[in-house]
Design a protein around this ligand. Sequence first.
Ligand SMILES: NC(=O)CC(=O)C(=O)O
Length: 282
Amino acid sequence: MASLWNTSNPAMADASDPFQLPNIAKFKVALCQLSVTSDKNQNLDRAGISIKTAAEQGAKLLVLPEMWNCPYSSDYFAKFAEDFTNEDASPTLSMLSDAANSHGITIVGGSVPERDHGRLYNTCCIFGPDGKLKAKHRKIHLFAIDVPGEISFKESDFFLAGDQTTIVDTEVGRIGVGICHDLQFPELAALYRKKGVHIICYPGAFNVSTGELLWELVQRARAVDNQLFIATCSPSRDSTGSYTIWGHSTLVEPSGEIIATAGHEETIVIAEIDYSKIQLQR
Ligand SMILES: NC(=O)CC(=O)C(=O)O
């Protein structure tokens, strides 16, 4: 009978560890937990101020929330959506590119509604410190919830799902990207680990029911399963709409321990990442 540890098994051979420490192994990350309003310009201004504040505090990597330029509500997705074909014509991409360039930081730009040939996607854009768009991740696993009398919401009523994983090599390490519900799928994180990712960034907007039950649990699980860093960034809570957001943007280290976390109010979490902890843990 073949041994479970037979390394001639292609699946096992593929499990070799491509981990390498990047040039900058220690740096500060900022999770900008933003309050989101129904005024897009105000949301852009607020995000710009938050990015500047985080950069002034020494952050080299910055993560924004899921749906930070637009309320997480079916009433707004289509109205707020932007076409990303021409970056200069997109107020959101222009702001992120300018901010990354003027502060010299890597930005995982949360997510915003993207319009492409009449279809909508829930999309995250990643910018390098030169202001260049490095990658675009479209949320793969669209969220649906139906708790009678409490909450009912189905993203696939508005968005198409993305079909690509996203790994970006940056000055602050190899970053894997997922958006919110993508966090609940261990296969995606395992695939990123296999490809040598140091940190997975998940802009996310869990609601209060799934948040209380699962938000911290799944982040710690993804971190400890794969022995890498997990960063999440949520909008702050707004209880006026039908979807009440959990908040609690968090950084988890490869041991599964939480390094830093927020409450549900608008804030910036700044914390230090030390990638040598990945080697130590493994
Ligand atoms: N926005 C989401 O994808 C929410 C989600 O995944 C959840 O569990 O809540």
